[in-house]
Design a protein around this ligand. Sequence first.
Ligand code: GDG
Length: 734
Amino acid sequence: MTRRTILVSNRLPVTASVEDAVLKVERSVGGLASGLTGATRNSHTVWIGWAGPLTGISRRQVAELNAQLTALDCVPVSLSSREIREYYEDVSNAILWPLFHYQAERLPPDPRHWSTYAAVNARFAQAVADIWQPGDEIWIHDYQLLLLPALLRRRIPDARIGFFLHIPFPALEIFRILPWRQEVLDGLLGADLVGFHTEGYAGHFAAAAQDLLGAEWKPPYLTHQDRDVRVGAYPIGIDAGRFEELARRRGVRQGAEALRRGADVQVVAGVDRLDYTKGIPRRLIAFERLLTRHPELHGKVQLVQVVVPSRTGVRTYREFRTQVDAAIGNINGAFGTALWTPVAYQYRSLGEEELAALYTAADVMLVTPIRDGMNLVAKEFIASRVDDDGVLVLSEFTGAAAQLTEALLVNPYDVDGMAATLYRALTMDRDERKRRMRALRGTVTVQDATWWAGTFLSDLRSARRRRKRWATASETSTPEEVQEVLERARSARSLLLLLDYDGTLVSFTGRPDAARPDTELLGLLGQLAGRAGTDVHLVSGRSRDQLAEWLGDLPVALHAEHGLWSRGAGSDEWKRQPAVGATPYDELATVMGRYAESTPGSLVERKSAGVAWHYRMADAALGDQQAERLAAEMDDLADVHGLDVLRGDKVIEVRPSGIHKGLIVADVMRHAVPGCLVLALGDDRTDEDLFTALPPGSIAIHVGPRESLAPVRLPDVATARAFLRDLAMEPPSA
Ligand code: GDG
């Protein structure tokens, strides 16, 4: 089965048009689409989203559109015009967009239509759930779908869900303004991985989740309501190769020449969607100030400002256009001559060659948003500069500023400073321009779209997941609490002890076969087994042979390989749990073998119903990193073969589904004295299965510092042994 990546975004990456009554549908190329082509080579991509407004489309053409979309692996979500108005324009673009860009004063006085936003998110959840199959990963995009991760988590608890926010995540004091802040956080925390462009945004999100939900933040994981959510920075990249290729085309070079109109005029370029976040008015004032301060530049410099129409349905955007038009008119009116227009203004979308021509013609690229998630224009300009020339003036309030440190960074609110920096850019010497541009090109061509999508998906696949609900780690139990449990156990007529071995009775050693029981332990187990009315069971992940060799002479029952095999006290005969499937040994051993080779100190252990990779002896950081990767790779195999992937203490074990330590409890209880007290001791996640399966009234004791369901907690192996020694001994007579 090929893995599928299901991408979900408000808009499908298609451009549909009806020309001369003929319907045309094309998949658009862009950062996301092209990045994914590179990153998902081994998986199949399906895209879910809205196909866009298609006014004038006939009923027959709708059917045709759907057929064409299917052929492009696109699944349309249909939205009514009311839904588009309320979910897309009113909530997404008129509330979330300004607030997340720190424009709180632009919020409507009475923010409304959250219910439509939630309903549309639910519709997207339905569309995803309809096509999701086990093994598929889901990658959700952007602020229109903030509730979708949790909605999907509820429907498909096992799905791997990633979310990426393309706009900034604001600082806590701004985010708190949102009336639906709680819903947004809950919504995002349904994902396994939440990605942002910068560490700054990721930190803001983590701060909000801590402050408003009480989540716990141990980078890179946020833990809330027993779920771990990985949070990180994944700066989006562009298809740099495409812009390099465009820049080399003859038509583009000619276009650039035409724009420059000879070497005498320096071109300053601005390319933006018409949006108040892009900083156009302040940029215009800065340009005007440059002309005022430097009359020698009159006739020698031209700002080519392309403004791409955007969100024409939102009132503030229409008003904003009027403002920009007027500002440009004023500059041209004040400074222009019959031969020179200071600002060449184009309110339209350019073709890709025209855009590339402008990027290559520009002496200076002005990218000065007052806030911008990343800003791709800055990166596209750099990628187009195959001549290693041109200066980028970049606002420090863009996500790109965190990455493109060789640009001339400006504070767009400091208009004087911006004018001075623009002057510096226009007069910068060639060596400095080239040095800076080469460094910028290094970043943009390496951290491109494929790198971005690849890093995100790889982290999504290896994000930590918990299988069950875990109680939060707390302090160890008080001496009084321990004493109370001890008394209960002592006074029970019959006692059934279920004891884990490694980490509970013996401390961990580098090699698994070095944890042989010492004489003290053998004596202690013998004493416990000899205690009146007491049955002792050892429940371990180890092999039958090892348990038999080490503990086979004791009158205790043994349960090997997490309960797959059991033998009674004093018996030599192992019984296998019925109904446990086969293991694809070779496939598992081959994959683990690769990790063993690339992780010095780690080793592969083949068990009778599984394979384990141990990395206790490996370098800790490398081992943990490799373990995450291996576990993710194993998760994929697990879906195909019906296997369980167990993340133990410095071990990843894979075995057929359905084997866990809890399995033995029912069996053991069938043969136990009715009414006996069950006392279980364990230290790792595999023991949590045992604790969960215990009959009511049992005592679960957790050993060590980890989180656990067990209400009683002992700090370490020594204390656990001391507890058992106290139990084995008769209480001193008063
Ligand atoms: C959001 C975030 C984040 C522009 N004019 C023309 C044209 N464009 C293309 C550019 C660029 C894209 O539009 C604009 O991307 P930005 O990144 O600048 O801005 P947003 O649209 O606001 O995008 C932003 C981005 O998501 C990705 O995560 O960087 O921060 O706001 O690709 O080339 N393309 C053509 N003609 C034009 O006239 N063909």
